[in-house]
Design a protein around this ligand. Structure first.
Ligand SMILES: NC(=O)c1ccc[n+]([C@@H]2O[C@H](COP(=O)([O-])OP(=O)(O)OC[C@H]3O[C@@H](n4cnc5c(N)ncnc54)[C@H](OP(=O)(O)O)[C@@H]3O)[C@@H](O)[C@H]2O)c1
Length: 326
């Protein structure tokens, strides 16, 4: 099969196109002919070696990528839910294997898209993140119908799954924040935000508006500012650190002063511990995708241009998602 390997930790140039033997599915596994593989910031962090000392995470040489869509190529022993040729998307596993023409996944993480009218590029770009967004909003942020939601880094890969799922769950108002430079692309977005405001001009840009739930994949300054943007009993859900501000801390006293909750959600740890959350979240995500609630801007690139995709993410020149085509 065709694949891209991280040959060693380093800059995007370590991503190398290679030929590897076609992998076969083991018991309980599904082999997928990949048509689309999305590129996320986590792929960049892993390639940089940011998590190199964490147990169980990939060491070079490895094939990066964790969000794919395609068709079932073969099934392993004991797999009865999928048939060869069926259209599927895959929920992220251990962060490897996606940038390839064949992908192996445990069957529990494979979601059939067959009954839904979903472009496979969108299935890779939005469905896995929307499954995670549904789990985050229902299990970690306890979003109730009628509540308001603020999403930071509103056009980003993970962030862009939240407005559609929040809308589906009955949120009353959904606002996104982007930096000043992103206000142009934000004006053209098809994501279902009621408003998108300038995060460089917080809190003034919100004119005193407060939110029941805030989703923060960005961290740094907007994380601290968010404490003052929560309504009483509001929940700030930390889901990432796209700002790269790893040393940032937030003042804990502000939480009890404000009767607020600050929680964290990491699908990589949560989903394996709570596999029962996948089927309802997958149904919600597929319905959201089919009904137009998930429409990030998608740019397709050939698999061989994975290094360009990583460099673009690092340079902040992506307005939505880059999806690789093997
Ligand atoms: N918790 C989970 O289960 C989970 C799942 C997926 C991803 N994540 C995490 O979520 C984060 C985002 O990942 P992604 O793949 O969505 O990345 P992405 O597509 O690059 O999106 C990041 C977004 O954050 C914005 N941003 C970056 N620095 C910023 C700053 N200093 N101030 C304001 N906005 C800023 C970016 O805007 P600009 O382009 O303008 O910089 C972009 O819109 C990562 O930390 C990733 O590890 C977590």
């Amino acid at each position: 099969m065709k694949a891209v390997e991280v040959t060693r930790f380093g800059d995007p140039s370590v991503l190398t196109l290679v030929d590897l033997p076609d992998p076969l599915p083991g018991p309980g596994q599904v082999a997928i002919d990949v048509t689309h593989a999305a590129v996320g910031l986590i792929d960049v962090y892993l390639r940089q070696g940011l998590y190199k000392d964490q147990e169980g995470l990939a060491q070079p040489p490895y094939v990066p990528g964790l969000e794919v869509a395609g068709t079932v190529r073969a099934v392993g022993e004991g797999v009865t839910r999928f048939t060869v040729g069926e259209k599927v998307a895959v929920l992220p596993g251990n962060g490897t294997g996606g940038y390839a023409s064949v992908f192996i996944s445990d069957q529990d993480r494979v979601v059939s898209t067959e009954d839904y009218d979903i472009d496979p590029a969108l299935a890779a770009a939005a469905v896995p993140n929307a499954i995670m967004a549904h789990i985050a909003l229902t299990k970690a942020a306890d979003l109730a119908a009628g509540e308001s939601v603020l999403v930071h880094g509103a056009l980003g890969a993970f962030a862009s799954a939240f407005p559609g799922i929040a809308r589906q769950l009955g949120a009353s108002r959904i606002v996104g924040t982007v930096r000043t430079a992103r206000l142009g692309p934000a004006a053209a977005t098809r994501l279902p935000y009621d408003d998108i405001i300038d995060s460089d001009n917080l809190p003034d840009a919100l004119g005193g508006e407060k939110f029941d739930v805030i989703i923060d994949p960005v961290g740094g300054t907007v994380r601290t500012q968010s404490l003052d943007l929560l309504a009483p009993s509001g929940r700030l859900l930390l889901v990432g650190n796209a700002s790269g501000d790893w040393d940032h801390t937030i003042p804990s006293n502000a939480m009890w002063y404000g009767n607020t909750v600050v929680a964290g959600f990491n699908a990589g740890g949560y989903v394996p511990a709570h596999p029962e959350t996948i089927p309802p979240a997958a149904r919600a995500a597929l319905k959201a995708a089919a009904s137009g609630l998930l429409q990030p801007e998608i740019e397709l690139l050939p698999l061989a241009e994975a290094a360009t995709a990583h460099a673009r993410l690092e340079n902040h020149t992506v307005n939505g998602r880059i999806v690789l085509v093997p």
